[in-house]
Write a protein that binds this ligand. Structure first.
Ligand code: ZN
Length: 410
């Protein structure tokens, strides 16, 4: 039997996406970091839209907008985020939240699916102004008290920001896994693969994990004019050489889709006439396979040991924070996205891992989770130019709605 026709309303979908874009618009992009006045304004707007869609909506004690279906029975939870990077694109996160809203409306309008329960969430601070994926961690009961002491880059404390946003004392939304058949999140791909392969829908198999290492070098600070080259223990030189070895040798140990990044380097004291006495950089790598992550981490230590045998500056490699664990998506839910993709975009979809972190990674530890991607033009994201073709936005939402109906038993 064919699943019943759930039809999204493309004009309503695009209209809401553009209205949300208006909160913090900056050229083609958006500046709407979590818990800022403009972010709170957009959250109140979203609450209103959810109420119009028949959901019981409120902003919870950490700032997540949560729209709860009043219908009985187990629910599908759909979410993403509406906060942005300091310079963000208009669809990163926002698209998944508005898809959730549109799916809730479309299912309620279809006679075959109107009794299905869909809860919709805009998780606060996915982008980590204070604490990455704050809202989903809180919903899943993974937040310790000390998390509220987290600070942003300007030294503002989360606890104070919540008070200033008027959220002090507001109840915290806590998920009961028994209520849910699972979690579904749609997102822009934020990478070039779909466009490159000529596909329009990505069905996510899993979300990559990452390791973040700090590489520190101890040398001898000295005069840049009087210290002969042969006698220097130049921490900067050792660091740059280590970085070079990373780029040179990581491909031998990496998986097919592994990526690695040196995001920052510091030389101390960082002055033109001083041989640096110490130096530091970060080294981050990501992959869907824990064994590959283990191999790359072991290799970073081996490179340090190799450099230290030369007895100049001494290199140490340490984890900057606990590893983020790869999350596999639920096969059953994934099957519904594949069936829907085949129905609306036959041959134009592909299975793929997610190379970026998403709230689904947190939810996946507590309930079956699934994700779907639409293409990003030029693979550009975390930038004002980020965009997706309008027909891809509409197709993606239709596939997502059909998949949601399937997950709920249609
Ligand atoms: Zn995002």
């Amino acid at each position: 039997m064919n699943p019943p026709e759930v039809r999204i309303n493309p004009d309503r979908l695009l209209g809401d996406l553009h209205r949300l874009r208006g909160f913090g618009a900056c050229g083609p992009g958006v500046v709407r970091q979590s818990l800022t006045p403009i972010d709170m304004e957009s959250r109140r707007w979203l609450c209103e839209r959810m109420r119009e869609a028949g959901l019981e909506a409120r902003i919870d004690g950490v700032g997540t907008v949560f729209g709860r279906s009043p219908r009985p029975g187990r629910a599908l939870l759909i979410g993403s985020h509406t906060d942005t990077q300091p310079e963000g694109g208009w669809l990163d996160g926002a698209m998944g939240v508005i898809y959730g809203l549109e799916v809730a409306r479309a299912l309620a309008e279809c006679p075959h699916t109107r009794d299905f329960a869909v809860d919709v969430a805009s998780w606060i601070d996915e982008e980590g102004r204070f604490f990455g994926c704050l809202g989903s961690h809180s919903f899943c009961g993974e937040l310790s008290d000390s998390a509220y002491d987290a600070t942003d880059t300007e030294g503002n404390i989360l606890r104070d920001a919540l008070r200033e946003a008027g959220l002090e004392g507001a109840a915290i939304e806590r998920g009961d896994p028994a209520r849910y058949i699972g979690y579904a999140e749609a997102h822009i791909e934020q990478g070039p693969w779909l466009e490159h392969e000529g596909k329009r829908i990505g069905v996510v198999t899993g979300i990559v994990g990452s390791r973040n290492l700090t590489v520190s070098v101890a040398g001898q600070q000295n005069h840049a004019g009087t210290t002969p080259m042969a006698l220097r223990r130049d921490a900067g030189h050792a660091l740059v050489e280590f970085a070079h070895r990373v780029y040179e040798t990581f491909p031998e140990h990496a998986g097919e889709r592994s990526v690695w990044t040196i995001g920052w380097m510091h030389l101390h004291p960082g002055f033109e006439s001083i041989v640096p006495g110490s130096a530091e950089m970060n080294l981050q790598f990501r992959d869907q396979d824990v064994a590959v992550l283990d191999r790359l981490e072991a290799h970073a230590h081996a490179l340090a040991a190799e450099a230290n045998r030369q007895d100049r500056a001494q290199i140490t490699v340490e984890r900057a924070r606990p590893p983020s664990i790869p999350a596999l998506m639920d096969e059953g839910l994934r099957g519904h996205i594949e069936t829907a993709a085949q129905r609306h975009a036959s041959g134009d979809w592909v299975r793929m891992p997610s190379a970026a972190v998403h709230d689904a990674q947190v939810l996946a530890r507590h309930m079956p989770a699934s994700m779907m991607f639409v293409p990003s033009i030029g693979g550009i994201s975390h930038a004002f130019e980020e965009d997706t073709a309008e027909e891809d936005l509409v197709l993606g939402c239709q596939v997502f709605a059909t998949a949601a109906a399937g997950m709920l038993g249609a």
